[in-house]
Design a protein around this ligand. Structure first.
Ligand code: BG6
Length: 303
């Protein structure tokens, strides 16, 4: 069966007239396009990755690079990559795929449903021969994305094996901003963080986070919401969460963006990543047959 035939089949099975369709997206990759009463959105089967969320009456909330590669087995630059089962480099193998392997894997589409103007798309992936070579574990991972006035993302991990598992996870959200140098991330004042640009040294945040250089901070013990104030677009994006103890704030700044083959030289100005996660000492241990759901709720208000 060719890719376009399977896209047509997925659309016939899961599409909802006027509300959700499965179509060929960039690079011919299958994506779900949602056009609900409360919001429009897009989600690729590659990585179970959300690439667009536009609540009614507002501008696009997410950044996707114009230089992104759109290929099976490659990662999409922007949107909401799912990092799992490790974050950053693999601890015991620096050659392992960065941020784990599920973001470059084709996920399955499980359901599309609408309720009160919002549309929920559910995709999943599970352990197989390929994942066992990288991580000897049995699991099932589901991402339920609700595209409404809020964007709600629930990442549910199930330990389907007979041994306990330890993993890291992140919803690595690229928020679109008008000018990152004029944006601030509020809500992290006084919080301890690991500065990845300075050999993971532990520091204390003073005031709001402003992006004035490469920024790669892992904020620890952060269960609470943060807010991105985007002066250029005159809006505030609120990121609240459940079952998440860490928050990462990342922007590559000038040199690193230039060195990335899937990011335009000037695009670093157009986004800040605020990542709802459980990483490092906040990694999750899961008993056999147990599950864990990381949840984040995004909303936008005028500034
Ligand atoms: C961030 C990490 O979450 O993702 C950074 O903290 C990393 O260290 C960035 O550079 C982008 O990662 P990647 O693998 O998508 O280039």
């Amino acid at each position: 069966m060719g890719a376009s035939e399977s896209i047509a089949q997925l659309d016939a099975t899961f599409g909802i007239a006027g509300i959700a369709r499965v179509v060929a997206g960039n690079g011919g990759l299958p994506k779900v396009v949602v056009t609900g009463a409360a919001a429009a959105g897009e989600m690729y089967l590659l990585g179970g990755e959300i690439t667009s969320w536009k609540p009614r009456g507002r501008e696009q909330a997410l950044f996707v690079s114009a230089a992104s590669k759109w290929e099976d087995g490659k990662t999409i630059r922007g949107g909401v990559p799912v990092c799992f089962p490790w974050f950053g480099n693999k601890a015991d193998d620096p050659k392992g795929p960065a941020h784990g392997f599920v973001r470059a894997k084709a996920w399955g589409l499980d359901s599309i449903a609408q309720k009160g103007g919002a549309v929920t798309v559910s995709m999943s992936t599970a352990s197989d021969e390929g994942t066992r070579k990288l991580w000897p574990a049995e699991f099932r991972l589901v991402l339920r994305a609700t595209f409404g006035a809020e964007l709600i993302m629930e990442l549910e991990m199930m330990n389907t094996g007979s041994a306990p598992l330890r993993f890291e996870e992140a919803l690595h959200t690229y928020f679109r901003v008008g000018d990152v140098t004029k944006a601030r991330v509020r809500g992290l004042d006084g919080i301890h963080y690991l500065d990845k640009t300075d050999a993971f040294r532990e520091k204390t945040q003073q005031g709001d986070v402003v992006i004035a250089k490469e920024t790669d901070n892992v904020y620890l013990d952060t269960e609470h919401a943060v807010e991105i104030e985007d002066a250029a677009m005159r809006r505030r994006i609120r990121v609240s969460k459940e079952n998440s103890l860490a928050t990462v704030v990342w922007n590559p700044w000038i040199e690193k963006a230039k060195a990335m083959s899937d990011m335009g030289d000037e695009e670093w100005k157009e986004f800040v990543c605020v990542e709802t996660c459980n990483v490092g000492k906040h990694g999750v241990t899961l008993a056999p047959a147990a599950n864990h759901t990381l949840k984040t709720i995004i909303s936008i208000a005028s500034a």
